[in-house]
Design a protein. Sequence first.
Length: 69
Amino acid sequence: MKMRVRVVRRVWTSPTTGEEQDSILIHSNGGFAVIPFDKARRVVDAVHDLCDEHDRELRERNDRDYHPV
């Protein structure tokens, strides 16, 4: 299955507090995540760390399917 991802900037209104905040909205295969701009860089850094760790594990196993992006 092909994964489609769309990332957009939105003003998000919290359904619980009614507070509006500038956010990044990530849509992927019917699901979504809302990330406030003040936390976005931390999220990106954490995702990069996880991807680096995964790549390292594949290299250590000499995985034939390892193809870095």
